[in-house]
Design a protein around this ligand. Structure first.
Ligand code: ADP
Length: 289
């Protein structure tokens, strides 16, 4: 059940739009929050909630991230409506996306639109607010170079957490130091690209019109290869997705060989979220440099 204080808060905040719950249906698939489809007299909404204070600012950042993506007019995202707190709870309400059957050019269209999203650029790497990746905070302080951003805002904080928990030992930390020195010569300079930031299989849906819809963004202006690396972390998307992407916004040569470097961040996130077992994947990548 959606707690009554959340329902009352939404009704108050959305007033004069009518908000009287006719039916609420729990949804599975989320890792962090309780998620529901909520039907009112004239609309369907998607609502997630959690205990206030557990993940400060998570839903506010999600609203902002969805707004940033929505403004690009590229890949569809659910229209964000509101993030707020109600008594003991914090919640987010957004457009409910029904589930459709992928149309025949689903992957091509997805790849082409991701390329168009990545064409959105900024003067530096970062974002004007911090957000989360899964349930872990993600700092988005601006940097002028991608490798500075990648090291300072992405790899170092996750590696420190892995070291503090005992998952990463001194030899691995030394190997990372070596990699940090090499990174500027390994990764080609590219303009900052607006990326989804957590583009794995669980973070897109097929909308009723048969096209892709992104959810759960961890957006920032970063390196576009990071989105592609994330998409490849668990088996990868269809070949036609990558072909269409390449056709629309070709990657620098050698991008496939660089995928492992960009996988390091989500792999470290996995170490910190799900346990030390993932550290051997990290170690096997870092040891090659
Ligand atoms: P969590 O923040 O706990 O990881 P998710 O945002 O992944 O939760 O949402 C849980 C599930 O709900 C998703 O796997 C997806 O199937 C579904 N979902 C997410 N956003 C929407 C939406 N706007 N409309 C319909 N279903 C959604």
């Amino acid at each position: 059940m959606i707690p009554s204080e959340i329902q009352e808060s939404i009704a108050l905040m959305l007033f004069p739009a009518p908000f009287s719950v006719r039916r609420s249906t729990p949804l599975s698939g989320g890792c962090i929050n309780q998620a529901y489809r909520v039907d009112t007299e004239d609309n369907s909404y998607f609502i997630k909630f959690n205990h206030a204070g557990l993940y400060p600012g998570m839903f506010e950042a999600e609203v902002r991230g969805l707004e940033v993506l929505e403004k690009t007019n590229t890949l569809r995202v659910p229209r964000p409506i509101l993030a707020s707190t109600a008594g003991r709870y914090t919640y987010i309400i957004m457009e409910f996306i029904g589930t459709g059957k992928s149309h025949s050019s689903f992957w091509e269209d997805f790849g082409m639109k991701l390329a168009r999203l990545h064409r959105n650029t900024a003067s530096s790497y970062g974002l004007d607010h911090d957000n989360y990746i899964g349930s872990l905070p993600q700092s988005n302080r601006f940097h002028d170079s991608w490798t500075d951003f990648f090291i300072t805002e992405r790899l170092e904080p996750q590696l420190k957490q892995a070291a503090d928990s005992g998952a990463a030992g001194a030899p691995l930390l030394r190997q990372f130091e070596k990699l940090y020195r090499l990174l500027p010569s390994l990764i080609p300079q590219e303009p900052p690209a607006l990326i989804h930031g957590d583009l794995w299989n669980g973070n897109y849906m097929t909308a009723p019109d048969g096209s892709a819809c992104l959810i759960d963004p961890a957006v920032h202006y970063g390196h576009r290869e990071a989105d592609l690396a994330m998409s490849l972390l668990f088996g990868g998307f269809s070949e036609s997705f990558y072909d269409a992407y390449q056709g629309a916004y070709p990657l620098e040569s050698g991008w496939k060989e660089r995928m492992d470097i960009h996988k390091l961040y989500p792999l470290l996130v996995h170490v910190n979220l799900f346990g030390g077992g993932y550290i051997r994947f990290v170690a096997s990548i870092v040891s090659t440099f």
